[in-house]
Design a binder for this molecule. Sequence first.
Ligand code: GDP
Length: 692
Amino acid sequence: MSIRKIRNIGIAAHIDAGKTTVTERFLYFTGKTHKIGEVHDGKATTDFMIQEQERGITIASAAISCFWRDHTINIIDTPGHVDFTVEVERSLRVLDGMIAVFCSTGGVEPQSETVWNQADRNKVPRLALVNKMDREGADFEGCVSQLEEDLDANPVPFQVPIGSGGTFRGIVDLVPMKAVAFQDFQRIETEVPADLLADAQMRRGKLVASLAEFDEGLMEKFVNDQEVDAEDIRRAARYCVQRSLVTPVFCASAYRNMGIQLLLDAVVDYLPSPIDAGGVVGMDLVDLEKPLNRIPSAKVPLAALAFKIIHDPYVGQQTFTRIYSGEMFSGQKVFNSRKGKMERVGRIYLIHAKSREEVERAGPGSIVSLVGLKDTGTGDTLCDPGEPILLERIQVPESVIQRSVTVEDSKEEDGMVRALKKLVMEDPSLRFYVDPETHETIISGMGELHLEIVEDRLRREFNVPVLSGEPLVSYRETITREAETNTRFKKQTGGKGQFAHVVLRIEPNPEGAFEFVDLIRGGNIPREFIPAVQRGIEDTMKRGLLAKFPMVNIKAFLLDGSFHEVDSSEKSFYICSCMAFQEAFRKAAPRLLEPVMKIEIATPDASIGDITGDILRRRGQVDAMRRFRKGAQKLSGRVPLAEMFGYATTLRSLSSGRANFSMEFLAFEPLPESLVPDVLKKIEEQRKRRKG
Ligand code: GDP
């Protein structure tokens, strides 16, 4: 299969806009599934995991291959819920184009905006689909204006719906200027009906004008009033879409099987192939500063990114991988450049809707599932051992919420830890550790829902009956001024003693995480002990002194010190450094930082007052408000996470169920001084309860 005939796409949407239905219809129409799985039966093919079926949302990005017009379309499932932003990020990393699905009555919801902005940052070319044209109140034009105003997408309708709501019966495809009706999974093309012709011609004119702005050939024809044929438009549109200059807008009723074939055509016609998407850039392992570019060709060395791990009860661990350059074959020895380990590729599969197809080899642009890898985690690079390259890691957001998980029977504990290790390998935004004081296992992640799902999976997939504690905000600790210490550590217990002496200065480091600067000159502390000093600081930072949360944003300077020929050792410098750093931290006006979230709320006008008042009571603020549809506004602002537990329920009652919101981590910000005693007390109580 030629690389030019591959499309790696994602389908992204706000929950309920119809992403799952569109995916299902794609699989059906491409002939890979023979029975349409309706979402409300919980049988959709892409919804791998039970929780997703029950909750009706798609969490994991599974990749499925199907075929259309002699092209392979790999659909990388992209979740719509922002608690899973890491899933969105990782799917955006491996796909070359996206279909953004909007509901014809809901338009641009807050969460679709979040995903859209992520796609912008990743420069992903997009098509927009206005789905559910058969619903009462469907508003194609309204959606197009929202794409313009809210997303700045430069939307250009490529189609016009014929009828709307109950009368939606077909589509005028402006590119070839044909009317299309849909019946029994077939499309029936006819001439554009006379009563629609004038309007359609005007719209086609607009379409051509929008593309001509970026395409000289088309511009010339346009200004000279020459005939512009379908191929002219397709060529210019391909150019514009692939540079994100315009967003073509299509319409459909996925549920009623209307518009699906036209959308599949658009994927093939406008979205980029791996060749169009261009090479991938990685780092040279020897010279980390030197970027390495790998083009999508079978003739260059292998570079591949493992982007998703799924534990499958039948085949075991599947590692979903995108191959950027070179070839991969079963039995091949590849190098995991992130871990510095060799791995053997066992079997290679293409995943179809209802089956797995084993293949011997896979080339650039493909997305495959590998079975047999042992140490490869999400975001790791697999490459040719002779030509190592390190691809950029998938960005993992900060974890902002944590809770304990316990098992009643201590015999289950090993099983729980084993299961958590597997889950962490799948999901880099999940972390866990054992609290040294309470001996409890603490999991942390990106939101309440995220942790709930992890617990669910522990119970069902791994058969570990966990109980969970109440959710707790993950605070951070930092300092607000500089401080210096001069610390000696001395111990004489018969025989050889211990001695170390460290002079340390610390200061706030607002932008950076942690920095260690060694200013020792002339051997006052011997070279070999300096790493122990750094380790002492780093280990101390893992558990802060205010409330045992990680310390962040600190820069430490090792200014001076002294040693003893016989009594000094790495250990004594390590201990001395821990003591010195703790002392300095206490002197440097330490402060708790709390996670603050960016929030977007879409609400009917009637509830704005109540919602804004409630946000203020939660120590939040509303920064902007704008109308996004008749009678409804979109508010955006910021609120501390600590105030947001159970917000979904409150919002429902404030708006009679008509408002919805999305929330995303924004920054760690200082906890107001007046609240510190209360928060410390609450944390202490929670920990005591857990101990007791
Ligand atoms: P997702 O959350 O974006 O994956 O959305 P789903 O595909 O699960 O669809 C949400 C609901 O809308 C389901 O009950 C679908 O049957 C329904 N739905 C999807 N597409 C359409 C459509 O074109 N028209 C109508 N009327 N309903 C649809």
